[in-house]
Design a protein. Structure first.
Length: 125
């Protein structure tokens, strides 16, 4: 029984390890029919308190902000959450997946009445 429990815990940690690292990213979104792009870097770290979660540090170039995501195998889910950045409350949610070193995340970013649907393409360094 202890062996099965240990294997189960290691499996969750391994899922987080699929994502941990530093990334170069490009976000894209459309406003009034025009596609906009923004390049930046961010990191993903394993949660210190929950093996099934990771922290996306600096997603959307929000330096100093950690966005929580739940991982399962090579997929991640950003549950609805609100973070505080640059004097504003920002609501986020989304999902993504990783293949090799290539991570894609689609997320909704809302500040007040402004809602952006963002596609993030990132490469682990």
């Amino acid at each position: 029984m202890l062996i099965l429990l240990t294997l189960g815990l290691n499996s969750c940690r391994k899922d987080a390890d699929n994502f941990v690292g530093s990334y170069n990213a490009r976000d894209s979104w459309v406003i009034q029919g025009q596609t906009n792009y923004f390049d930046y870097s961010f990191t993903i770290t394993a949660s210190a308190t929950d093996d099934s979660k990771v922290l996306l540090n600096g997603l959307g170039d929000m330096q100093g902000v950690a966005v929580e995501a739940i991982v399962s195998d090579k997929n991640l889910t950003i549950p609805q959450q609100t973070v505080f950045y640059d004097g504003a409350n920002i609501s986020l949610s989304g999902s993504g997946s990783i293949i090799g070193v290539d991570l894609t995340i689609s997320y909704t970013f809302q500040v007040s009445t402004i809602v952006l649907n963002v596609n993030c393409s990132a490469t682990r360094l």
